[in-house]
Design a protein around this ligand. Structure first.
Ligand code: ZN
Length: 299
C-alpha cells in the first residue's frame, strides 16, 4: 500500500504501555500501606489529615474519595507518567493504523449521513473496555458499548507468523472489518442480533453470528473499493493479501489448524470461502445494498 503521507485520524487513544489499566485508573499499590500508616501516625500525618478534613469541609468533597483518587492515580487518561516508547516498527504500525482509520472516516462520512466516527484504542497486553477487559489473545475487537475498536499491534505480527497472512493490506482489512462492526452498530443490526442470543440454542445463534461477521467482511470490502477510488493507496498484490487473510481466519481453517477437526455448528465467523467471497463482493460492487448477508442463500 502507498499509505505514507496520507491523513492520519485523530480518533486514536494510544494506551500502549498501560497494561490492563483501562483509562489510566491504576489499582491501589499495597506497598504504600506501610509508609501510609507511619505517615498517618506521625505529626506531619496528623497535620495532613487535618488539612484534608478542613479542605473537604469547605469544598464539600468526601475526603475518602479524594484519598482514594490520590493513591490510585485518579481516573484521568492524561495522567500516565511515561509516554510509551515503541520500537520503530511498532510506531510505524501505529501510524499506519491512524491512516487506515482516517481512510474509513473519509469513506463512511461520504456514505452515511451524520456518521459517528469510532475511536481506535491501541493497547499492549490487556485492556479494559465497556464490554469488559480483554487480553491481546482475544484479537482485535469492537465494543458497541463505547463505540471503540481495540487493537494490540502485535496481532499483525501474529497474522504474519502464526496465520501466514502477511501484508499491510491484510492489516488494513482487519481494521476495516472492525469498523464494519461499528457500521452495523450504528444501523441497529448488532442490537437485533444480540437480542436473538437468549431466544435460541447456541448452534442456532452461531448462524446469526456468522452472518454478522460476513457482513463486516463485506463492509471492509466496500471500504476498500471506495477508498481506492478516493486515494489510490492499493498496489498490485494488495487485494490478494486481504483475500489471503480472509482465507487464513476462516473458522474451518482455524479449527483444522488447531485441532484437526472441523465442527460447522460451532462456526461463528464463517468459512474461509465465505469470508473471501463477501469481502470480494464488497470490493467489486462498493454498493451497500449488496450486503444483506442475513437473507443471502446460500451464504
Ligand atoms: Zn468480526
Amino acid at each position: 500500500m502507498k499509505w505514507k503521507g496520507q491523513r492520519q485520524s485523530s480518533n486514536v487513544e494510544d494506551r500502549r504501555g498501560q497494561s490492563g489499566s483501562g483509562r489510566g485508573s491504576g489499582g491501589f499499590n499495597p506497598m504504600l500501606i506501610g509508609p501510609l500508616f507511619k505517615l498517618l501516625f506521625s505529626k506531619t500525618g496528623l497535620v495532613i489529615v487535618g488539612l484534608f478534613l478542613a479542605f473537604s469541609f469547605f469544598t464539600g468533597n468526601n475526603p475518602l474519595s479524594l484519598l482514594g483518587e490520590f493513591f490510585t492515580g485518579g481516573n484521568s487518561p492524561t495522567e500516565t507518567s511515561v509516554p510509551y516508547q515503541g520500537t520503530v516498527e511498532e510506531n510505524e504500525l501505529a501510524e499506519f493504523s491512524r491512516v487506515i482509520l482516517a481512510s474509513t472516516e473519509d469513506v463512511w462520512n461520504g456514505m452515511i449521513e451524520n456518521y459517528r466516527e469510532p475511536t481506535l484504542v491501541l493497547f499492549t497486553g490487556s485492556v479494559s473496555s465497556a464490554c469488559g477487559s480483554a487480553s491481546s489473545a482475544t484479537g482485535p475487537f469492537y465494543c458497541p458499548g463505547d463505540e471503540k475498536l481495540y487493537l494490540d499491534l502485535s496481532f499483525f505480527e501474529d497474522m504474519e507468523r502464526k496465520l501466514n497472512a502477511p501484508g499491510d493490506f491484510a492489516q488494513a482489512y482487519v481494521i476495516a472489518h472492525e469498523v464494519g462492526h461499528h457500521i452495523q452498530n450504528l444501523m441497529g443490526i448488532t442490537d437485533q442480533v444480540q437480542k436473538l442470543r437468549g431466544e435460541m440454542t447456541k448452534a442456532e445463534y452461531n448462524k446469526y453470528s456468522v452472518r454478522l461477521e460476513l457482513q463486516a467482511d463485506f463492509l471492509a470490502g466496500v471500504w476498500a473499493n471506495r477508498s481506492q477510488r478516493m486515494s489510490q493507496m492499493m498496489e498490485s498484490g494488495d487485494l490478494e493479501e486481504a483475500l489471503n487473510a480472509a482465507y487464513a481466519i476462516g473458522d474451518d481453517r482455524l479449527q483444522k489448524q488447531s485441532s484437526g477437526r472441523v465442527v460447522p455448528d460451532s462456526f461463528t465467523h464463517g468459512t474461509s470461502a465465505q469470508r473471501m467471497r463477501w469481502f470480494k463482493k464488497g470490493f467489486t460492487t462498493g454498493d451497500l445494498s449488496q450486503g444483506d448477508t442475513f437473507n443471502a442463500n446460500p451464504l
